[in-house]
Design a protein around this ligand. Structure first.
Ligand code: TYD
Length: 206
């Protein structure tokens, strides 16, 4: 096991809040824990994030977009995720490979076989032990998002997000050992308790 956990979900699914709670619980149990967001997490990856999410880059091609997500991820793996897990840290990622399969593959219709090949090349077998998928409806995602400006990918709208959500559910179906589907519309404390039960049991934390 790598002590590497990812969180996935459509926009507004509450990943960031749940990651913060999990990190605090791990630290209270005297574990070393750190989180990263994707795309991002290193200065090079944050530069790539800016290219990917900036609305001014409306001419970025779908292929270039996919490659940039992998580029950002590859840098984050080498600079942070692999060295820190080797030092015994719990590394929690706000999105990882499954987001590219769901958003670029199921959402943008980039050939899934290409994406899986690139993904194998990019992560070189270094995958999360556990992935929590916080599932919310596209309706709720749209409502939660009304409060803030949409980035380049969020501007794609409801039909796109429906494809992304069913994509995540299909990926979960294909990876039943790794994926835990959580009802993201449940209350915050119930969700964080469920997550903690699973993490503390898997890694034998008391
Ligand atoms: P994120 O920072 O998680 O946004 P939010 O916190 O608002 O959910 O992700 C930024 C956007 O990038 C989000 O719309 C999902 C998208 N994305 C992809 O399309 N493919 C990817 O591989 C990743 C990691 C993110």
């Amino acid at each position: 096991m790598n002590r590497f956990i990812s969180f996935e979900g459509i926009d507004g699914s509450g990943k960031t809040t749940q990651i913060e709670i999990l990190i605090n619980k791990l630290k209270s149990a005297n574990e070393k824990a750190i989180s990263f967001r994707e795309p991002g997490g290193t200065s090079i990856s944050e530069d790539i994030r800016e290219i990917l999410l900036n609305n001014k880059n409306s001419t970025l091609t779908d292929t270039a977009e996919s490659l940039l997500f992998f580029a950002s991820r590859s840098q984050l793996l080498s600079d942070k995720i692999i060295p820190l897990t080797n030092q015994g840290y719990f590394v929690i990622c706000d999105r990882f490979n499954d987001s590219t399969i769901a958003y670029q593959g199921y959402g943008n219709k980039i050939d899934l076989n290409y994406l899986y090949t690139l993904s194998d090349y990019c992560v070189n077998n270094f995958r999360p032990d556990l992935t929590f998928f916080l599932d919310i409806s596209v309706d709720l995602s749209m409502k939660r998002r009304k409060m803030k400006l949409s980035d380049r990918i969020e501007s794609r709208g409801e039909d796109y997000l429906e494809k992304v959500r069913s994509g995540f559910l299909e990926i979960a179906d294909n990876n039943p050992k790794r994926f835990i589907i959580i009802d993201g519309e449940d209350n915050k404390t119930n969700i964080s308790n469920k997550i903690w039960d699973i993490v503390s049991d898997k890694y034998k934390i008391s």
